[in-house]
Design a protein around this ligand. Structure first.
Ligand code: 6GU
Length: 232
């Protein structure tokens, strides 16, 4: 998979992709993530990429020209399955969306900033608009990192244990069951006996039961909502 991220704050994206699972996924050649500085596509001496909004009002708007130049430059090298714009008024990111995007080959993720991007960018280039939840961030960069992480960890070979993404919370509309590690007894707090029993069938049954209980208690909405309703 190849992911191009377009931003006017590339520094904000250095750390998320430079460590741990996301870094290893790139080192193994399972994904290529390239961050593009929108300012490199500015035509002004000051490398500016934003301007006042027509009609007035507070806040600057990312202009169409640098974005158009950047996207069209990228499109000369690849055909993109989706050109995604990160925006709080987009469709809310859910596991089903990450699953679907993990099957694509080439993605562009455009990070919004200031008051957003010129509406014509959305009309002309964007194929999907995604939000990571109902709260406002200062820009789309952290949201883009969240989206990319949710996709990349699903790519075959990224996680050591191939089954571990399948047992994530949300993959089956259930929250994950509790987990324990050594010691078996911490100041009198004991690990449930069944987990020490070595009985795989009983352990699986216990985990499923706990996942159901936890979901019913914390997120009853997940038990009601049936599969894939948020997939787009
Ligand atoms: Cl994608 N961008 C911004 N600026 N805020 C957000 C968001 C995105 N998703 C939730 N809040």
């Amino acid at each position: 998979m190849h992911i191009d991220i377009i931003t006017c704050l590339p520094e904000l994206l250095e750390s998320p992709f430079g460590h741990s699972i996301l870094q290893r996924a790139q080192a193994k050649g399972l994904v290529e993530v390239v961050v593009h500085n929108l300012r490199d596509y500015s035509s002004s001496k000051q490398r500016s990429v934003d301007d006042y909004a027509y009609g007035g009002g507070a806040g600057m708007v990312l202009q169409i020209e640098p974005i158009a130049r950047c996207i069209e430059h990228l499109q000369e090298q690849r055909t993109y399955d989706e050109i995604i714009y990160m925006t709080p008024d987009g469709a809310r990111l859910e596991q089903g969306m990450a699953n679907a995007l993990s099957l694509k080959k080439n993605l562009i993720i455009l990070c919004g900033h200031y008051k957003g991007v010129d509406e014509r960018v959305r009309e002309k280039y964007i194929t999907k608009e995604i939000s990571i939840g109902d709260y406002v961030l200062s820009g789309g960069e952290l949201a883009a990192a969240v989206l990319a992480d949710s996709i990349i960890r699903l790519l075959p070979g990224v996680l050591n244990d191939e089954t571990s993404a399948l047992s994530d919370s949300f993959q089956d509309n259930l929250l994950a069951p509790p987990v324990y590690s050594r010691p078996a007894d911490f100041q009198g707090m004991k690990v449930p006996d069944v987990l020490l029993s070595g009985h795989a069938g009983k352990i699986e049954e216990w985990r499923h039961q706990k996942a159901l209980e936890r979901t019913a208690h914390r997120r009853p909405d997940l038990l009601k909502g049936s599969e894939g309703e948020n997939e787009k």
